[in-house]
Design a protein around this ligand. Sequence first.
Ligand code: TGC
Ligand code: FAD
Length: 393
Amino acid sequence: MKPDLFEAPDYYALDDLLSPEHLLVRDAARAWVKRAVSPIIEKHAQEATFPTEIIKGLAEIGAFGPYIPENYGGAGLDQISYGLIMQEIERGDSGVRSTASVQSSLVMYPIFTYGNEAQRQKYLPKLAAGEMMGCFGLTEPDHGSNPSGMTTNIKDMGDHYLLNGAKMWISNAPFADIAVVWAKNEAGRIKGVIVERGMEGFSTPETHNKWSLRASATGELIFSDVKIPKENILPEKDGLGAPLGCLDSARYGIAWGAIGAAMDCYDTALRYAKERIQFGKPIAATQLQQKKLAEMLTEITKAQLLAFRLGQLKNQGKATTAQISMAKRNNVDMAIKIAREARQVLGGMGITGEYSIMRHMMNLESVITYEGTHDIHLLITGADITGHPAFSS
Ligand code: TGC
Ligand code: FAD
């Protein structure tokens, strides 16, 4: 792979709106990605292996629980810093950002928000340090966009629960030490359960043959009469709103993350277009390539402003689920379109692993599907503005 010469576009001087702390956090993450992710990521993607060697570095840049308070091991940062970290990591690879998103928003967030003090003390510091890794099980083979139909269940056996069922498409599952799993109790109420590796009847087979997120480990969670101690139930919230609350946080991070992937594609295409000579001049001097590049930068700039304003609202506790959906949907769609255009700017070279663009493009096919598909986010906006949810008849 070519050396990482990335320079971030900032056409509307967004850096002027960032605090010294935001800039410090962003620049540290940016430098770490150049140093630790760019040199190794293409090989991992080609070989479909998860880069375990970066876990410690992710913890060190504060990517595990950026907004979790410091007394639980988190970085105690605000939501814009969280977004900037996700942007920089996804600039390197969406799969690496996935690992950070899952650990922070889908494992640490529910334990912090819906857990009791003993659960927070037991899990959060280790998760923040990367000494323990987690995954999040909501999706099932027959219930993806519609998680309320889940059949994974817990049965009260007096001094413990019995967990049965299966989850699929679970990021980090093959190596996670714990899983935050959503299951229905006998009353049909959705509860959060912390399942630990090693519990009898719990297995995590890996999902192979992915053409997307190849440097992220994906798997199933299978529960066959798993004995769950009562203290492993998240006590403070139940119902579908509990996992959906986690998704709000993760989707917000993706709205920023996608900008990183798009920036990397744009920057690569711009550099290539200036260097590549055809018909006696750089292709950057042709109107058609300028149209592509100018439109990419316009869309990135709009996405940056959307994410920044959403971050302000999130910091004030005012961001709604529908606003988050709009940003996730818009920014991922923007990124995937830019990846496709940028790939064309590089001609044949665009399909090789010498450049990051094709990897980003394939990764973004997962990003546009997970955490709510492109269609589902449109329907969330539609329901919000019309008052008529159109998910089911
Ligand atoms: P609906 O009737 O709308 O809501 C059910 C209950 O939940 C409440 N609620 C929320 N609460 C907190 N935060 C939110 N964001 C909430 N949204 C809704 C709601 O008020 C209601 O409460 P109550 O008390 O009235 O019961 O639910 P629905 O069944 O109609 O579904 C709505 C829909 C389709 C939008 C939802 O199910 C959905 O978002 N589906 C998409 C599923 C999804 O995003 N799955 C993601 C799985 S995790 C993942 O992909 C990780 S990828 C990780 C990585 O690698 O980065
Ligand atoms: P389906 O729900 O079957 O949807 C198929 C198509 O139908 C989509 O285009 C969808 O938009 C459309 N559709 C569905 N309902 C409607 C409707 N009412 N109206 C119109 N169109 C509709 N899940 C987890 O729980 N944890 C994870 O860590 C996790 N990681 C993932 C990692 C990867 C690489 C991938 C690919 C997925 C991951 N997921 C995870 C699962 C992901 O959230 C689901 O794939 C996603 O929610 C969509 O569910 P589905 O694949 O079952 O598609």
